[in-house]
Design a protein around this ligand. Sequence first.
Ligand code: PMP
Length: 466
Amino acid sequence: MYTETGSQWNVAELEGAAHRHLISPAEELAKLGTSGGRPLFTSADGIHVRDSHGRTLIDGPGGMWCTQVGYGSKPIADAIAAQALRICYNSPWYSISGPAAELARRISSFAPGDLNHVFFTTGGSSAVDSALRFVQFYNNVLGRPTKKKIICRIDGYHGSSHLTAACSGRAGNRPNFDLELDTVSFISAPNIYRHPQGKSEAAFLEFLVAEFEERIAALKPENVGAFLAEPILASGGVIIPPKGYHRRILETCRKHDILYISDEVVTGFGRCGHWFASEEVFDIVPDIITFAKGVTSGYVPLGGFVLSESVLAKISGENAKGSFYTNGYTYSGHPVSCAAALANIGVIEDQDLLAHVREITPYFQEQLAKLRELPLVGDVRGVGLLGCVECATDPTSEAATDFDRQVALRIDRQCYENGLVVRPIGSMCVLSPALIITRPQIDEMVSILRESIVRVQAEIRAEGKF
Ligand code: PMP
């Protein structure tokens, strides 16, 4: 049934097997085995995926914010095959992986400031989880056992391990899991579109900074270990904070000796036109940056964090009293994943993709912004090749309504019919295409999205609902 080339799929059998045996990461378990609806993608090339019905679609979300260089990259596939044959695995506990060492050197060379020590994991959740565990370790070694609380934001997303899920503030991910931890404290999302009515962006920034200061005071600085934040809240709906937000928050962290962890799992590796967005886009050098996804363009799993030399120095060398560090993933720095990442970095450099993203970003954002003229669209926003169109059927409502969410889902289905995969997140259609996208492809993508919104708009008008 499943052949080596994947060209002779028995689609009905595979769909049946999926419905009977495969649990997806987002599934209504009461309907397990009966719910269909997910497409089966059989092959892909560049920015396109092909489904089991033989339809070719533009992959709007770029997998899940990860297919930077696009599908079908021969240099990456060759690097994976070559490394698998050379040495597919070695234990990071007692040996060095050549590709991991070289990748750590490369990442250190383009990470901001003195961030130059890399710990590899298997994906984004394990990267953020490891960074947070490092904060615990760090403060214990420094003899500050209470300095453990983590401040994070409503609508942030940091992963699916217990600790990272507990730090994720998207309400929809929380039901029926025991995620309330007294070490985790949430502050407001820096959401300009949904922020309290009547406040200017500058006043909203002051509110957010004051809220952070007040929270630190309430928890007491000696109890707060880290602030954890995505530069742009991605899964929470491409939320771009007010100008100066990260800088002000970092200054507050510095004042209270709180580590700033910038979760660049989405924004890293070219998404915003730079290797990392923290310094180049948001003017901060954090203490730790987490990465995953784009580091391999999604070809194989890999994640990690890069840590500041000065932070490490506080618990190493002469200061190393009882600082034996264990965070032992079998696949930490997996040679095949690291070889894929090195090839991926090579492709990004050879094709000058960082410059390409910077050059094409204004065009992408301008085309997307034109959708704002549609009555169904409440807001359009984005940075780099990250964009979001938010539906708002009731402009007087401060929050997205259930109907807004249904409408986004209908637009998503219509887009699929018209040849575009879109990722609906709540009331939002979110796009993060492969970095290789061209102007004509942007035109095609935005035109399908426009047509689909117009169609759904007409339908709900005809139904008397808008
Ligand atoms: N952090 C951020 C900002 C993410 O968007 C994600 C995944 N979407 C994660 C962490 C978790 O990564 P993974 O799914 O690879 O574990």
